[in-house]
Design a protein around this ligand. Structure first.
Ligand code: CFN
Ligand code: HCA
Length: 529
């Protein structure tokens, strides 16, 4: 019996029937195996998933700093999404930043019985009086759809009354099977009401938008730093540290980069259809992946000056982290990891782990779709060189003809990765025989698989992290980096390796014997003694 079968064997036949297609054990790698994903969780199973409202408000529209986002519903949902996700944002000079606030209509029972539109309008008038925002967004929680409040009508009335932008989102928590439905609803709103309404043209020769970068732990800022060094102008970022003010002009950028494919591919596809903007799937998590992404971008623009500058910056950034990368490689090489996050990070972190010689033996997503697991050929029409994907040429070797080499031959050899990277391959195709891929991983399965496969580290989320860690397997949180970061780009890679090494080498819980292993858990007194 392999690990997959041993784990599934514990289920009743009904649950087994559902779960068996969500778990695969790799055979004949690189594997073309298929997986079932994006379906309803079996009721009663403790899933890590969130809801549609979380995907719309918490993930996509929440990070837009100059938009005042009102949660229409009882206070719990607004409160839960108040600052728990670490999408950092910095105020523009003289600009608005509502990220630290939690706005909610705080609906009570009478509002549920008699309707909440009046309360919502009152909340909007209060918000206008105090903050005078340029844009208000209304996000619906479960009761709103059930009682039939029309947030879209309120949004239209708000626009007429105050002359501002106001967008309603019908993102009730119960819609869809996870956060994913909320991403889709949010994307439609941004496309319909914001993108294309501005006219500020970019000035630089090459301009881009970054889609699906939410600036968790400052990742977006680290990416921006490198991209600006190369000379790119970033028109807008969807939506980490993002803004209504800049998103209006998104259609004027030359190229869309898609970082988190899961949450925002809808916008990329719609912009391609409506404005003809090409999009390129990138991954700035991982040294090799970042280099590939930068080279793919240069290749897209097909400008010798840009290509040269790209290579210069790559060399310079690598030189700055070289010693630390070597040190952490010596600490981490040969370790094995489990990676489980929402919809795109698990695959991104596979690449970063690989940079340090760590193999991913268990991987999965909460709510990804099949294309996120199985990979898909996603490449725009590359100007003048349509069929090359530039994936066979992915070493990080400097061209000695052009640059005075900063690395010795042996250093370059050390930097070269074992497996050639491919940002488009997908999770399943990058895993070796015997490794496990799992969709909508639940708590029981997490515990079982960790026991069976014994990873040295398990990268996970808020809800599952502590069980894993206290069970003796070190864990790092991939959604907010346990308040560390940034983990993206060149410098971020070193931060990540440091945190992973720290977790593995100071695994305190592994040395603690739980009391139930040495003494009876039945405590009580008999006969009044
Ligand atoms: S920042 Fe992103 S990268 S947007 Fe998405 S699919 Fe969530 S909030 Mo948590 S960390 Fe996670 Fe991804 Fe895209 Fe974050 S893996 S679950 S909905 N996600
Ligand atoms: C969300 C946000 C979340 C939650 C993280 C977790 C985040 O989907 O509601 O539960 O581990 O990144 O903050 O994914």
């Amino acid at each position: 019996m392999n690990e997959r079968t041993r784990m599934l064997d514990k289920y009743s036949s009904r649950v087994y029937k559902n779960r068996k297609d969500h778990v695969i054990q790799i055979e004949n790698a690189p594997s073309g195996q298929e997986i079932t994903a994006n379906t309803r969780t079996v009721p009663g199973i403790i899933t890590n998933r969130g809801c549609c409202y979380a995907g719309c408000k918490g993930v996509v529209v929440g990070p837009m700093k100059d938009c005042l986002v009102i949660t229409h519903g009882p206070i719990g949902c607004g409160f839960y999404t108040w600052g728990t996700r670490r999408n950092k944002a910095a105020s523009e000079k003289g600009g608005q930043n509502y990220i630290p606030y939690c706005f909610s209509t705080d609906m009570q029972e009478p509002d549920i019985v008699f309707g909440g539109e009046k309360k919502l309008e009152k909340a909007i008038s209060e918000a206008m009086e105090i903050f005078k925002p340029e844009c208000i967004m209304i996000c619906s929680t479960c009761p709103i759809g059930l009682i039939g409040d029309d947030v879209h009508a309120v949004a239209r009335r708000t626009e007429e009354k105050y002359g501002i932008k106001c967008i309603g989102f019908s993102c009730e928590g119960y819609k869809g099977v996870s956060q994913s439905a909320g991403h889709h609803i949010a994307n439609n709103g941004l496309m319909k009401y914001i993108i294309g309404t501005g006219d500020k043209r970019p000035k630089a020769k090459h301009s881009i938008n970054i889609l699906g970068e939410y600036n968790i732990g400052g990742d977006g800022w680290e990416e921006e730093r490198v991209l600006k060094r190369i000379g790119y102008e970033i028109v807008t970022i969807f939506t980490g540290d993002g803004s209504y003010e800049t998103m209006k002009n998104a259609h004027l950028a030359d190229l869309n980069l898609v970082m988190c494919h899961r949450s925002i591919n809808y916008v990329a596809e719609m912009m391609k259809t409506k404005y003809g903007t090409d999009w390129l799937k990138v991954n700035f998590v991982g040294i090799g992946a970042t280099i590939q992404s930068l080279r793919d971008m240069a290749k897209y623009f097909n400008d010798p000056e840009l290509t040269e500058r790209t290579e210069e910056v790559i060399q310079d950034e690598l030189a700055a982290i070289f010693d630390e990368v070597e040190y952490y490689k010596s600490k981490l090489k040969g370790k094995k990891a489990g990676v489980f996050a929402g919809g795109s990070r698990s695959h991104h972190y596979q690449a970063l782990l690989r940079d340090f010689g760590v193999e991913t033996i268990i991987a999965g997503y909460e709510f990804a779709h099949r294309d996120d697991y199985e990979g898909r050929e996603v490449i725009p029409t590359i100007k003048e060189d349509a069929d090359s994907k530039n994936i066979e040429n992915l070493t990080i070797e400097p061209d000695p003809e052009k640059y005075s080499p900063k690395f010795t031959e042996s250093e370059i050899e050390a930097l070269r990765r074992d497996i050639p990277l491919d940002n488009y391959a997908g999770m399943i195709r990058e895993m070796k025989d015997g490794y496990v891929v799992i969709d909508d991983f639940n708590h029981a399965e997490t515990e079982m698989l960790i026991k069976l496969m014994k990873p040295d580290i398990f990268l996970s989320g808020i809800k599952d992290k502590y069980i894993i860690q206290k069970g003796g397997t070190p864990s790092r949180q991939m959604h907010s980096y346990d308040y560390s970061g940034p983990y993206a780009g060149f410098k971020g890679a070193v931060n990540f390796a440091r945190d992973v090494a720290m977790a593995i080498y100071t695994n305190a819980w592994a040395f603690v014997v739980p009391p139930w292993k040495t003494q009876s858990t039945l405590v009580g007194t008999v006969g009044g003694d």
